[in-house]
Design a protein around this ligand. Structure first.
Ligand code: BG6
Length: 292
């Protein structure tokens, strides 16, 4: 069975390889495991809650309608990263047999009500459809945001992907030199001058308006570990919490787990996307194991 659906999660298995599989929790429509020929590609905290009590620490949480905290009046009351990652999405079913493809949906009726009510005037009409496709050695995700209501709304979107690395101190992310970024730790904008992004401490940067033709590669000891392709997602957040921040997160385990992960997060977060009634917007990411 390429698709298994139970109360809490959906598992997609490759029709050609039983060890190539993706697991999606209905809570947050969070992909929390993606294996290629048995090898896990995503980092998941051993302290992650998969019971819907809090957003998942690891995998690919979905950030909507706000990235971080924002002063914008329509989202300023919301907790960090909005409600999509803390809502239980509806499984819409399988839309393609090969490559196996499934869809999940979220609207006002199944959104986490407490946080959803803090968006705009509390009754913003919206529809999200997430499409997940499992390919031989890549995972393709697409999001469609629609406005079926009567008033315009604005939002951020981000795929908060936690990727595995062998050792963060031997890893780098390429293709970002020359790009403008906002460093969330020192609260300053600057142009990236380093030949590659490398890691020797906490790092939390938003690279702004990076041409989507530029694929991002996570290189570990000179070997391409993952390649991230983006569609209509101009911004890229790179995050590693390092020692102190990892210690401060109760669901981050083991505490030295930051050595094994890096977040490469394609999004539309520097500016908001505005959607008028009747309009829709689509974007996506494809993560490849290794080089493309
Ligand atoms: C990243 C942000 O996307 O998410 C960081 O850039 C943040 O600032 C991190 O710390 C984790 O956020 P959260 O809400 O899952 O702890």
């Amino acid at each position: 069975m390429p698709i298994e659906n139970n109360d809490t999660e959906v598992t997609i298995t490759s029709p050609t390889d039983a060890n190539t599989q993706v697991k999606v929790l209905k809570y947050g429509a969070t992909v929390y495991s993606w294996k290629v020929e048995g090898e896990e590609q995503l980092w998941l905290s051993k302290g992650a809650k998969l019971d819907g009590s809090r957003p998942v620490r690891g995998g690919i949480p979905l950030v909507f309608p706000v990235f971080g905290k924002s002063q914008d009046p329509s989202v300023s009351k919301m907790p960090q990263h909005g409600f999509a990652r803390r809502s239980t999405w509806e499984f819409l079913g399988q839309t393609k047999e090969n490559p196996p493809t499934v869809q999940f949906g979220l609207g006002p009726e199944n959104a986490d009500q407490e946080v959803y009510k803090q968006w705009g005037e509390g009754n913003t009409d919206f529809t999200l459809v997430l499409t997940i496709q499992l390919l031989k050695d890549s995972l393709k995700m697409n999001i469609e945001v629609s406005n079926p209501g009567k008033k315009e709304f604005k939002f951020n979107w981000l795929f908060h992907s936690y990727l595995t690395v062998d050792d963060i101190e031997d890893s780098l992310i390429n293709n970002l030199p020359g790009e403008y970024c906002y460093d969330q730790l020192i609260k300053e904008h600057y142009t990236e001058r380093e030949p590659a992004v490398n890691f020797s401490g906490e790092l939390d940067r938003v690279y702004i308006n990076v041409p989507t033709e530029k694929n991002l590669q996570v290189v570990d000891m000179g070997r391409a570990f993952h390649t991230v392709q983006r569609n209509n997602l101009p911004d890229v957040v790179i995050w590693n919490p390092w020692t102190d921040k990892a210690k401060s997160m109760s669901d981050f385990s083991p505490k030295n787990g930051f050595l094994k992960m890096v977040c490469v997060e394609p999004g539309h977060v520097h500016d908001f996307v505005s959607l008028k009634p009747g309009e829709s917007w689509t974007a996506g990411q494809t993560i490849h194991k290794g080089a493309m």
